[in-house]
Design a binder for this molecule. Sequence first.
Ligand SMILES: Cc1cc2nc3c(=O)[nH]c(=O)nc-3n(C[C@H](O)[C@H](O)[C@H](O)COP(=O)(O)OP(=O)(O)OC[C@H]3O[C@@H](n4cnc5c(N)ncnc54)[C@H](O)[C@@H]3O)c2cc1C
Length: 456
Amino acid sequence: MDLLAGLGTILPEDRVVSGGDDLERHGGGVFTYHAPVQPDVVVYPESRDEVVRVLRFANEHRIPIVPFGQGSSLEAHTIPVHGGISLDLGRMDRILEVRPDDFIARVQPGLTHGALNAALADHGLLFPVDPGWDASLGGMAGTNASGTNAVKYGVMRDQVLGIEAVLADGTVMRTGGMAMKSSAGYDLTGLFVGSEGTLGVFTELILRLYPLPEHIVAARAVFSNIESAGRAAVAMIRTGMRIGRVELVDARTVEAVNAYKSTDYAAAPTLFLEFSGSKASVESEVEVARETSAAEGCSSFEVEADEEAREKLWEARHDAALAIRDLYPGMGMLGTDVCVPISDLPGALRHARDTIESRGLDGAILGHVGDGNYHAVFPLDTGDEADQERAEAVNAEIVDYALERGGTCTGEHGIGLGKTGHLQKEHGDSLPFMREIKRIADPDGIMNPGKIFGGE
Ligand SMILES: Cc1cc2nc3c(=O)[nH]c(=O)nc-3n(C[C@H](O)[C@H](O)[C@H](O)COP(=O)(O)OP(=O)(O)OC[C@H]3O[C@@H](n4cnc5c(N)ncnc54)[C@H](O)[C@@H]3O)c2cc1C
């Protein structure tokens, strides 16, 4: 079977690409330590019907197919390890419907969260999930992404009310709907969110929206050590206030951000905080956070009420991973993504720092600590096996610490290729059930093979 000729009967020639930069972009990742593998061909569908026809073709000829949004996922999710077709949904990026009175939007999967929010601002609305890359909503549903706002609004799975998905054989399936809740049968929406392109292809998403907050204030609380910062974050959450954002950056991360963004934040463990809501509630929450931080020995608590300073702060936080990468040109970056019960957070941060230091690695720690989710990021020489093994060993120690306390190996990045072994440790007993689900949706295993389960 001639792959290009076959796809050429489905899509116009300029949307079936088998060479050049397109193959490179779809064979790697924007931030990864995994070896690249190029697809045989990249296709750019523009409608659900084209997705259906491409999937039918791939299924009939047993060709691996990997859905692709922006390629920013961190565990080699979009690397087509068995070659085949990279299905780039980037041209399906329309907002199909905004229903301001219902707090709902219906969108195509290639739309990015930045583009959605730009359009929603006119309606005074917000879509809160904000990974530190302008990722596509389809990709974000694929990994059940979250980000800095999750502590207040929840993760992607909390926002997706329904989907339209195309299964491996081209069957179109709709789940969920426009209602804010439903008890109608199994929660297939929740199942598909986080399925990493292994069960089907989203062609539409129904998303929950929120009013833009009336008043927003940001703050920076600086500490002498990472455990105190972690304890202060936990204490803030324990007060029961619905804090907008609680982000921790260690001294190394602040140094990286200062170099990358030309900022001059104090190079010490810092909590970046945000409070949002009515003016009165924000003012009282800021005071509670100030007192809580002081009780943990905070050396400076600065409020950024000015919109420009606030935006600069969050831009700096969102670019932190890129800033760290910039410190180590030419190196791969491995990032852990564990999430622990909130009371275990200070101990987990200390353990991560000690583990990195005892192995002689240079690394930075940062994270969405309001959820108990943090990342240790360290550079590695992808061409040096010993370096890779050392980094993997540190990652494994950090994961084991989290699992022993009932945590998870991945709070938001997903399994992809990089965490298949950790998934086995975390959910070995339910993996057979997951495999059965995969077999029902994709009996011939063409959908993003090798991901989540590994070894296929
Ligand atoms: C600098 C940086 C910071 C980041 N910060 C965060 C963060 O704070 N929080 C966080 O959660 N993540 C973060 N990420 C990771 C990344 O942005 C998320 O994983 C995001 O969800 C990926 O979206 P994408 O559009 O790039 O998807 P891709 O990487 O293209 O795809 C992700 C997965 O979804 C599948 N997929 C894509 N489109 C579809 C579709 N239409 N139907 C079915 N499956 C599909 C793919 O096959 C793949 O398995 C960060 C990444 C970078 C580079």
